[in-house]
Design a protein around this ligand. Structure first.
Ligand SMILES: [Zn+2]
Length: 301
């Protein structure tokens, strides 16, 4: 069930004011937004985009592909069918990502996972990525790394690395990508306390990206403080949509993150258009990711 959005009129107008900063940064629509699946390489001519822009594509559930200046990063994008309520990329799309043929993007330098749940992570696809990209990096919490190792008897190289789960910030450098990861408890700890979830703050060719996996406001404070929020600038924040639904979510987003671009993920494939519109009303400029293959660009300042 989608929790209903409750908001007072006064708060609504406050939201309109506070979130207007985000609304003008995004350039969707026109030629840059391609909603056809990426697997059809013959039907789509992409508009030329500045090398310095941050280009993004929706891969499924919380999976987002980022590229700027030929540095390419995928977060929570390699996973298979788990349950009908979770969108996932088809095998052809996964093959393109792993082989570096995804339309409009170059080969992946880094693949990150927030946690090992099946709507975010596949050990088999992770193994395939590492085997086909010997210089690629693959990061996740220790539980992810253990599962990837268990998926093959072969040596997977130095690209497979765990983000420690002791509360300290782990820092990785790969190509032009700086990646900081830290423990950030999974939402609903009564049920998922055993699951290791990582929040990432990434600098990709000068663009800062926050992706926090499956968590919630009750869990994020230690991770956000460790990552230097709210002082650190965040260009693009990728949040699970439930973190946008509570009465105080606008205030919390402004207080902790103040992103220039807000992206709502983990939306069920049948998330109603009316609910998407409600999100857009609360957060003008928000990008709710629904259609797999959808692309958009962030041009920043
Ligand atoms: Zn999860």
């Amino acid at each position: 069930m989608i929790p209903p959005i409750k908001i007072s009129l006064a708060k609504f107008f406050l939201l309109l004011l506070t979130s207007s900063l985000w609304s003008c940064r995004l350039h969707t629509g026109g030629e840059a937004k391609v909603t056809s699946p990426a697997i059809d390489a013959t039907s789509t001519a992409l508009a030329p985009v500045s090398e310095k822009a941050l280009r993004m594509s929706y891969i499924g559930n919380m999976g987002v592909l980022f590229e700027s200046d030929t540095s390419t990063l995928l977060i929570d994008g390699l996973h298979e069918f788990y349950r009908p309520t979770y969108a996932f990329p088809d095998p052809a799309t996964v093959a393109q990502l792993i082989e570096g043929n995804y339309l409009g993007f170059s080969s992946l330098e880094a693949v990150l996972f927030t946690h090992p749940h099946r709507d975010h992570f596949s050990a088999t696809y992770s193994r395939d990525f590492l085997q086909q990209n010997p210089s690629g990096m693959l990061l996740g919490p220790p539980q992810v790394v253990e599962e990837v190792k268990a998926a093959t008897a072969e040596e997977l190289g130095v690209g497979l690395q765990a983000v420690g789960y002791d509360g300290g910030v782990a820092h990785f450098l790969q190509a032009q990508i700086s990646i900081k990861g830290v423990r950030c408890e999974h939402v609903n700890p009564n049920r998922h306390s055993a699951i290791q979830n990582i929040a990432y703050l990434i600098d990709l060719a000068g663009h800062s990206i926050l992706h926090i996996g499956d968590t919630n406001w009750e869990q994020v404070s230690p991770a956000f403080e460790a990552l230097g929020l709210p002082e650190k600038k965040v260009d693009v924040a990728v949040l699970p949509y439930w973190m946008l639904l509570s009465d105080d979510s606008a205030q919390l987003i402004k207080q902790w993150i103040a992103p220039r671009q807000l992206v709502a993920t983990h939306l069920p494939p049948d998330y109603r258009v009316a609910d998407q519109e409600a999100l857009r009303k609360r957060f003008p400029g928000v990008v709710p990711l629904v259609e797999i293959g959808e692309r958009f660009d962030y041009h920043g300042q």
